[in-house]
Design a protein around this ligand. Structure first.
Ligand SMILES: Cc1cc2nc3c(=O)[nH]c(=O)nc-3n(C[C@H](O)[C@H](O)[C@H](O)COP(=O)(O)O)c2cc1C
Length: 170
């Protein structure tokens, strides 16, 4: 099995992409070969031995690129070791407790045989140019609720599991 770990993400305003890059950095420091890519930028899962897939949450669903990625690559994903993360809540709830995924992501995790799903806090600020996004920010409900220590701790756990999955047999 190839050893490269793919960290793919669906992100509209870039905050989930930053979480994916943080996860990639942690896995790389743990000695794994990693590639961090937008979900729109992965034509084929052939080069990869494991996948971490993350999606920003919009109206209770994963961002479109992450959904499409999961659909397009479902057969390969079902065969690969797979970890999922969502990023979204614009409050401290994700830091306070383990938030379950929305039903659509839960179904996906089950169908693809994901090893784990976790939810991280999100970020929304003036950089977001959508109409609804601007309304949320203007109403004072935006902010950056990403906890990079929690992201790194999760990634370290994934790295430990990955090392046992991708270690050469023999
Ligand atoms: C229109 C809109 C809808 C959103 N819906 C949800 C939601 O259903 N659940 C949630 O946890 N966060 C929701 N969020 C917050 C985003 O998931 C959060 O800002 C996230 O970090 C954005 O990621 P991105 O920068 O990678 O696109 C929503 C944000 C916007 C602008």
């Amino acid at each position: 099995m190839p050893h490269t770990v793919l960290i793919a993400y669906g992100s509209t305003y870039g905050s989930t992409a930053e979480l994916a890059r943080t996860i990639g950095d942690v896995l790389r420091k743990a000695g794994l070969i990693t590639e961090v890519r937008s979900a729109t930028d992965v034509p084929d899962l052939g080069p990869y031995g494991a996948v971490v897939l993350g999606g920003a949450l919009y109206a209770g669903r994963w961002q479109r690129d992450a959904r499409r990625f999961a659909r397009r690559h479902r057969k390969a994903l079902a065969r690969l070791p797979l970890w999922l993360f969502s990023s979204g809540p614009l409050d401290s709830s994700a830091a306070e407790r383990d938030l379950p995924p929305p039903p659509s992501v839960r179904r996906l995790a089950r169908r693809l045989g994901a090893r784990e799903h976790t939810t991280f806090g999100g970020r929304l600020d003036q950089r977001a140019d959508g109409r609804l996004a601007r309304m949320i920010v203007r109403s004072g409900k935006g902010g950056d609720f990403r906890d990079f220590e929690a992201v790194s701790a999760w990634a370290e756990r994934v790295a430990r599991e990955l090392r046992s999955v991708t270690a050469p047999q023999g």
